[in-house]
Design a protein around this ligand. Structure first.
Ligand code: FES
Length: 157
């Protein structure tokens, strides 16, 4: 569980300035913004573009290319289910369906009580024990319906 700061452009400019001289600064800036605000709001794009002297389209391309960046802060807990090949071969799609039904959200959605955000992830490096998922920063492998239900219960607690 992580608390995020409320978005302000002043704070964003400060964060951008801390990373803008780095080589390939776009991704470190996006990561830093998401770490602090829980997301990369649209308003961040022109600030990054100006600081790095690149186009807003380039920044937008980066934000939308990577699945990890969000536009809105997440719920209190973030449950990521791995949808990459090995986990798919191990039947993760039925677990994904179950998680969506039980939480009442689609992938990328947050429950109405703002407790859980459900997101896809593409390989957690646990392919040998697929299917895998991650709740906040903890990873879980060898999931089945029972273990998924436990995870959902923990996420909603
Ligand atoms: S494909 Fe899911 S952990 Fe690698």
């Amino acid at each position: 569980m992580q608390k995020y700061e409320k978005w302000t452009s002043e704070r964003a400019i400060e964060i951008i300035a801390q990373h803008q001289d780095q080589k390939g600064a776009t991704l470190p800036i996006l990561h830093a913004l998401q770490e602090v605000f829980g997301c990369v709001p649209l308003e961040a794009e022109p600030l990054i573009a100006e600081a790095l002297n690149i186009t807003r389209a380039e920044v937008h391309g980066c934000v939308t290319f990577y699945h990890d960046y969000r536009r809105e802060p997440p719920g209190r807990r973030v449950l990521k289910i791995c949808l990459a090949e090995s986990c798919q071969a191990a039947g993760v799609r039925s677990l994904e369906k179950r998680a969506k039904e039980k939480l009442g959200v689609e992938m990328g959605g947050t429950t109405a009580d703002a407790r859980v955000t459900l997101e896809p992830v593409y390989c957690l490096g646990l392919c040998h024990s697929s299917p895998a998922a991650m709740l906040d920063k903890d990873v879980y492998a060898g999931l089945d319906e029972e273990r998924l239900d436990e995870l959902l219960k923990e996420a909603q607690a």
